[in-house]
Unconditional design. Structure first.
Length: 140
């Protein structure tokens, strides 16, 4: 099915995601609302998501530059690196859903995302477990 500009692109996308999972659809809607805030700050407030998609398709806007500016905007919002990545990838997926071609290789080269640092988790020692159990007054 080809994307149509007659309906609100975000509504159609969220409706489609909602068929899989309501909680995922709610999370994606939250992320798309963050993109709306970016759009209001960077562009004309009256510019809709449909207008941005049209600009990308006509060549008036570069999708990679848009995603890179969005990542820079989010970096200034003082959020975790993983959250930033999820928000940018959600917008990328939304654009792809709307038939905007985004090459994975070009995306990786042109859109700079922060690296996520995974913390090493260490198991509790036998002594720590014994201390926890012994400090409990109630069996529960």
């Amino acid at each position: 099915m080809a994307y149509s500009l007659t309906n609100d692109a975000i509504t159609i996308y969220i409706r489609n995601i909602g068929t899989m999972s309501k909680s995922t659809a709610y999370e994606y809607l939250t992320r798309l609302n963050n993109f709306k805030e970016f759009k209001a700050n960077e562009y004309d407030n009256n510019l809709s998501a449909d207008d941005i998609i049209t600009k990308i398709k006509t060549g008036d806007e570069d999708s990679y530059e848009l995603l890179n500016r969005y990542a820079a905007y989010l970096k200034n919002c003082n959020i975790a690196a993983l959250t930033l990545k999820q928000r940018v990838v959600t917008i990328k997926n939304f654009l792809e859903y709307c038939d905007v071609d985004i090459s994975p290789r070009k995306f990786k080269l042109k859109v700079k995302l922060p690296k996520t640092v995974l913390k090493n988790k260490e198991a509790l020692s036998k002594e720590d477990i014994t201390e926890i159990i012994n400090s409990c007054a109630n069996i529960r």
